[in-house]
Design a protein around this ligand. Structure first.
Ligand code: FAD
Length: 527
């Protein structure tokens, strides 16, 4: 890689003399410094891209390992992925390896899953999703023969939305209002005003299939009854790119991307929390850590939640758009209750429980309304059950299983937030009863390790506003131009990546946001 002159085009010499001094370990080469706050997948991908461009990326994260929500927990020989488990569109990762002239397969063992996931309903019926159109048609016909033609139309609908909302808008900056206005005719033609469920209801008569084809926004904390039908694009995304698992867990994928940061001459400092972005004359100049250390930067990239960035890290900066009031009134994604547990001697048990299982409760619409609109903790629940040991036995000691069970729950910003100090034990008991009845009879007495995360933990671990699982909800009026821009509207020299910025949550989204800022951050001035 070429070395560059310290004088960056984006930082005038006069500003530089007044900037806080570089910490000694950062002062050893002449490249312009890009400080990245947060080692989530968005932050790591940004650091790789800026490193390749000639910046010296310095990633600062409060956790003791990379990956953010994609970090993991190791206990008693069990490994628990704390967040993402489904890797789709591996090409967005492959592109990062391409930038350093290598292939991802040299570092990451990605395994395609088949089926992708299995959905179950309380009446005992099931649906196995996969990438093969004929097998999918057969699954549809098994549940509702009259809906096969609707499925074919739905697939075409999905691809059309994929082409516009993911392949085009999702890959480029959307900070100019004109860019959003320009696509309005397409959005109108594709009925973006309809909800995901609303669109599925047009194509399918069977209520189970309506659920199976519309629930995907829940994967990124959105209400299928209110999130735009553009999100049905996921059906095409999964079909075209598959559903994969990274052997060694998502943490292994995060470590591999972190390795690329080092390869491009960047560094990651763990267990440091940024307390403030330093701003002078309307431009970001660096950051101050909790404890007082200041690090000067030519460019600051925040992979911290956009809400946390504007509300806390820029607390002293007057805001034109992302005021505290606006952030409070925005719609936030759901919270998550996640129970990680390791069971002893169970590998041969529950053979019908595969890698990914969705267990529907008795209500779909009503439960979503409780979670997203009323903000109340319902008695019933729908669950996602992760059993990585079916693909990767290294997640548990021999013959044992590692699980996580996740329920979407209200975030903590509703009028009467759930007191998880009181409710967590009760909720876990109810979750255990559902698992015992619907999927894993006898599991509870075999648990040897466990760990629970509630929205309160998302608040303390990731500094996630209102303990939301996925930042701002992906409503249409909180997407594209309406979402916090990748080039900050409030401060020059500040860029945003990750779930709270464009294009949004999910691994393809946050890694894609780094691709977007790559188009926005100016080149460092070569020597
Ligand atoms: C339980 C769960 C399951 C999921 N499942 C999937 C899935 O299967 N597939 C998929 O594609 N997506 C999934 N997602 C979504 C996906 O994981 C996230 O959208 C994505 O990982 C978020 O990445 P990010 O770049 O926004 O950064 P984050 O992961 O949010 O990381 C940001 C990092 O910044 C740190 N930080 C914040 N503030 C500061 C500060 N002031 N100073 C220092 N550090 C700071 C945080 O601690 C964190 O480490 C899931 C999410 C969750 C929570």
């Amino acid at each position: 890689m070429t070395r560059h002159d310290p004088a960056s085009a984006i930082l005038a010499a006069a500003d530089r003399t007044a900037a806080p001094p570089l910490a000694p370990d950062l002062a050893r080469d002449g490249r312009p410094v890009a400080v990245v706050i947060g080692a989530g997948f968005g932050g790591l991908a940004a650091a790789v891209r800026l490193g390749v461009r000639g910046y010296r990326a310095v990633v600062l994260d409060r956790l003791d390992m990379p990956g953010g929500r994609g970090s993991c927990l190791l206990r008693g020989g069990y490994r628990f992925d704390l967040g993402p488990t489904i890797v789709t569109v591996p090409q967005v990762f492959e592109a990062l390896w391409g930038l350093v002239g290598r292939r991802m397969a040299e570092d990451v063992d990605l395994r395609p899953l088949d089926p992708y996931y299995t959905i179950r309903w309380p009446d005992g019926s099931t649906f196995a999703a996969c990438g093969d159109t004929e097998r999918m048609r057969a699954e549809i016909a098994r549940l509702s023969p009259g809906d096969v033609a609707g499925y074919d139309r739905f697939l075409a609908d999905s691809e059309a939305r994929y082409r516009i909302a993911y392949a085009d808008l999702g890959r480029r900056p959307m900070h100019r209002l004109w860019e959003t206005i320009r696509v309005l005719p397409d959005f109108a033609r594709l009925r973006a005003d309809r909800s995901s469920y609303g669109h599925a209801a047009v194509r399918f008569r069977d209520e189970r299939l309506r659920m199976a084809m519309s629930f995907h926004p829940l994967f990124i904390g959105g209400d299928p009854f209110n999130v735009t039908s553009m999100y049905i694009l996921v059906a095409h995304l999964e079909k075209a790119y598959g559903v994969h698992y990274a052997m060694g867990g998502t943490g292994a994928l995060a470590r591999a991307v972190a390795g690329l940061v080092a390869e491009t001459g960047g560094e990651i400092r763990h267990e440091v929390t940024v307390d403030e972005i330093l701003v002078r004359d309307g431009r970001a100049r660096g950051v101050r850590l909790e404890g007082g250390e200041e690090i000067a930067a030519d460019v600051v990239v925040s992979n911290a939640d956009a809400g946390h960035t504007y509300r806390h890290l820029l607390r002293r900066v007057p805001k034109a758009r992302w005021t505290d009031r606006r952030l409070r009134r925005s719609r936030w994604s759901s919270g998550l209750f996640v129970w990680h547990f390791g069971t002893r001697g169970t590998r041969a048990m529950w053979p019908d429980v595969g890698h990914h299982t969705i267990l529907n409760g008795p209500r779909y619409r009503g439960l979503c309304e409780d979670i997203f609109i009323k903000g109340r903790l319902a008695e019933d629940m729908s669950l996602y059950l992760h059993r990585p040991t079916t693909t990767d036995p290294s997640a548990a000691p021999e013959g044992c299983d590692s699980f996580y069970c996740l329920a979407p729950v209200p975030h903590l910003g509703h009028d009467w937030p759930v007191d998880w100090g009181v409710e967590a034990a009760r909720f876990k008991e109810r979750m255990a009863a559902v698992l015992e009845r619907e999927a894993l009879p006898g599991f509870a007495e075999r648990i040897v390790e466990e760990h629970v995360m509630t929205p309160a933990d998302f608040g303390t671990r990731y500094l996630s506003p209102f303990g939301a699982g996925f930042s701002l909800e992906p409503r249409i009026l909180q997407s594209a131009w309406f979402r916090p821009h990748n080039r900050s509207e409030e401060v020059r020299g500040l860029y945003l990546v990750g779930a709270g910025s464009h294009p949004g949550a999910g691994l393809p989204g946050v890694v894609g946001s780094a691709e977007v800022i790559d188009q926005l951050v100016p080149d460092p001035v070569p020597a």
